[in-house]
Structures are given as structure tokens and as C-alpha cells.
Unconditional design. Structure first.
Length: 224
């Protein structure tokens, strides 16, 4: 289970809950600025406010839901839990202001994560890569169903100050889907764009690159 999959599967609480959390969160103001810097739309992908949130990274409902699923999932290679998003376990990331945004797209779903760090911390997060043993692994969930996973690096042009991209292929029974995820650094901002669904991988790569470039442009407009 990846953060992007958790984002796609869960709506992130009611407005009242978010307001209460924001009032007690020391990162609320900085996180709200990040949230304003998220694209409102891109091509035919439109923002889903009910599936988006901001605040301290570790306190986000999406992150906590993803962690709950991780804890209840048995993986034949434990080091491969959330293999493409291991950067989220860093203390610097968990304590930082963050925004997650979900988008409705006819081809599947799109998600965007922004985390505000300093450049050294963002560079450290970029260096956290999936273990080499995680090219294939299997997971069994709490309901007894299981999935086979395959992870490989995508050969894509660099975006922002530095970036890297992965394709996660998932097969559950007769159903197959894939998630393309691009992690990038824009100064001290750490960003992750993901595209999830069962559509054409080439189309998803185009959406992944185009959305991320548009996201960096908006960050330049909104955060300077």
C-alpha cells in the first residue's frame, strides 16, 4: 500500500475535523500555503477538495490511514513495505508542513504531495530509494486478499532540481493496475506526483510529467 493508493481510496475527513486539527497544528499556516500552491486542475484532471488536506505530514489522515494498512498487511519481503515512498519515514519529513491533493481524472486518479523542508533535508529524502530486493514482492491484506507487486525505475527526463520516477505494477487475482510515481525536489520543497489506474502506461507517463511541470510552475507563482 502506497501513500498515493491510500489517497485514492480514502476521503480525508469532514471540514469540521480539519478545522479542529488545523487550530491545534503548529504547521497549519505553512501547510495551508502549500495547499494553495497545489494545481487546481490540469488538462482534464480536477481537484477533489474532499480528498485533499494539509497539516503536519505525520498527522495527515491520509498518511495515518496508509500506515494502518501497512501495519495490517503481511509482506513476504518486509523491507518492501511502501517501497516507493520510504522517504515518508524520515523524521524531518514527518515533522514538516505538508499538503496532499487528490484529482479526479477519466484515465484513473492523480495525487500530489508537497512537503516543506530545507534543501539539505529535501536532498536527503531524494536519496532514499527502494531496496534492490523489491523488484517483486507479494502482500496479503487483513481481509485475506493478496496482490503481487513489481517495482521498476522509469526512464524519464529530469524535472525540477532533481527527480526520479518509479512504476509499481499490481496484480490482484485477474485484475491488474499500475501506479506511476515521480519524486522531485524544487529547492527546499519535496514533491511527489502519482498516477494510479489500469490505463495505458505511456499516457500515464505523459500525465505524470506534464502535471509535475505544471505543479512546479504554480509553486513558483504562489510561494515566492
Amino acid at each position: 500500500m502506497t501513500l498515493a493508493m491510500a489517497l485514492a481510496l480514502s476521503a480525508c475527513g469532514s471540514g469540521g475535523e480539519e478545522q479542529e486539527q488545523a487550530a491545534a497544528d503548529p504547521n497549519a499556516e505553512a501547510a495551508a500555503r502549500l495547499h494553495e500552491a497545489q494545481p487546481t486542475s490540469f488538462r482534464d484532471a480536477t481537484l477533489l477538495p474532499e480528498g485533499s488536506e494539509s497539516g503536519t505530514y505525520a498527522e495527515l489522515a491520509t498518511v495515518q490511514y496508509s500506515e494502518q494498512v501497512r501495519e495490517s498487511t503481511e509482506i513476504d519481503k518486509p523491507e518492501c513495505v511502501d517501497a516507493a515512498n520510504r522517504w515518508g519515514d524520515l523524521d524531518s519529513v514527518r515533522a514538516a508542513p505538508a499538503s496532499v491533493a487528490a484529482y479526479e481524472w477519466p484515465g484513473g486518479s492523480v495525487s500530489s504531495v508537497l512537503v516543506e523542508l530545507d534543501e539539505e533535508e529535501a536532498a536527503e529524502a531524494m536519496g532514499v530509494e527502494p531496496p534492490s530486493s523489491c523488484t517483486t514482492y507479494s502482500a496479503t491484506y487483513a481481509d485475506g486478499t493478496s496482490s503481487e507487486y513489481g517495482v521498476r525505475e522509469l526512464d524519464m527526463p529530469g524535472i525540477g532540481d532533481e527527480s526520479r520516477a518509479f512504476l509499481v505494477e499490481v496484480r490482484t487475482g485477474d485484475e491488474a493496475s499500475h501506479m506511476l510515481s515521480l519524486l522531485y525536489r524544487n529547492g527546499g520543497l519535496l514533491g511527489a506526483t502519482s498516477v494510479l489506474g489500469s490505463g495505458d502506461v505511456a499516457e500515464y507517463e505523459d500525465m505524470l510529467a506534464g502535471f509535475t511541470e505544471a505543479a512546479i510552475d504554480r509553486q513558483g507563482q504562489m510561494l515566492e
